[in-house]
Design a binder for this molecule. Sequence first.
Ligand code: B12
Ligand code: SF4
Length: 461
Amino acid sequence: MRVLLVSANREKYPAPVVPLGVLSVAGAIRDAHEVRVADLCFEDDPLAALREAIDAFRPEVVGVGLRNLHDNAYGSSEPLLAYYADIGRAIGEATRAPLVVGGSALTLRPRELAERMNARHVVVGEGERPFRALVDALARGDTPERVVRSSIVERRLVQLAARSDRAPVSSIPPSPPAVLDDLPPPARDLVDPRYFDAGAGGEGTDGIQTKRGCAFSCTYCDYPDLEGRRIRMRDPEVVADEIAARARVPGVSAVFLVDSVFNVPRTHALAICSALERRGSPLPWVCYVTPATLDDALVEAMARAGCIGAEIGTDSGSPRVLARLNKPFALEDVRRVRASFVRHGVSDAHTFVLGAEGETVAEAEETLAFVEDLDPDVAVFVVFMEDREELDGRGAAHREALLELLAREAPRHPGWVVPELGVRFGSKVRRIVSAQNLRGPAWVHLARARRRAHVRKVADG
Ligand code: B12
Ligand code: SF4
């Protein structure tokens, strides 16, 4: 079948991100079906571009990947949901091909998005196997049920998804968790080259996944819902070959390892580092880490393998709030890993989520005092917002008070970033980074500038 895959994401901050999910489902069906990708990220008129792509290809199935539910500034979801509804409408007007919707946003809000986009089918959870089964079924002339899913997704989420009102129905059983090394690689040849072209607005960072899943249970976090709680790893040698191959692509200047947590399991992270080092550490990279179980030897190995930055979900500087969030580490672990990152020349960005689990303003002030004392290269502050549809409205308390606190405190701390308030974030930062022809994540450049300033200050006495 002719399958048009649409990446709807148009978010440009902190940077445009390669649609790895859409490329992954493209890779999973292309041996049996003809696939094209329409990426709307850089289009001036996304709906016109979409109509053109449909007219040119005359697809028999249209798959749309939805990544985000809110923008980089954590604003209301409504503008994005309305844009997704427009996409659904434009597709319905341009073709009678069935519309299938998937992606992390869809997995978190299956019912609302299925309805608003008038989707014939939704794929909840990881998409390679379920989407393949669905397209194969459509090719056979079957009429599959409306919700198709991966078994990594808890039943709780799936029950929320839209009920089928179309009969007759043939059932596609939930796909078992994919064995990652058995999956075909993402169809990277179908990526829009503008992601790697600074002149076209790209930042040059590619995305690579070394594993799926997170075994921790931080209370507010969606990642285990999206990827499962059981960790599934890829062969480190294959990952390192993939990164080395990306290094040969013009414009690709850095890699983001998109794993929920890079450093767990430690043995797998170490194996990735040594496989990269043996290939000459082909590209600089950044990743997410947890302070739990992160030791100096692993940080050193990461630095040797090309790691230039680590994003750490520290979340709170209050021990009580850390316990309420069920974070798997203590504040002394955060101080310890900060010291390791400084020692090995890796920039660190700690994110803090204020207001989760009923955090009070006084507890948020405790967090700010902790951050002032820790003095990481970069501290990113967000105010908690619930994204899942069944929990709407919870956790909104104190929002305004917390934002006022950040508006007062963040501007006078050089490494503090508040996306929601535009403090050291957004178009101004990107302009500075591209004017100096710097590639890779913007926060790493802010971090490096801070360390240079610190060294100068020490040298000047
Ligand atoms: C890595 C990451 C980042 C990195 C990306 C780096 C890079 N260069 O790629 C950075 C730090 C830059 C980032 C930024 C942001 N991110 Co982010 N990010 C992630 C993370 C951890 C992994 C994303 C990823 O690449 N996964 C790997 C791919 C293969 O998985 P996937 O995209 O989900 O695709 C699978 C399925 O969804 C499905 N699928 C996908 N598309 C399609 C299409 C069809 C047709 C079908 C059938 C199926 C399907 O199948 C795919 C394969 O199994 C996720 C959380 C998570 N664990 O999933 C958050 C996540 C995607 N991010 C999120 C958000 C909000 C953001 C920001 C807006 C945050 C901010 N305020 O800055 C920005 C937006 C950036 C942008 N331009 O869009 C949210 C989105 C949902 C939401 N709540 O809005 C997530 C889910 C985290 C969360 N809060 O729960 N992010
Ligand atoms: S360790 Fe990170 S990814 Fe895992 S549940 Fe906690 S916050 Fe989420």
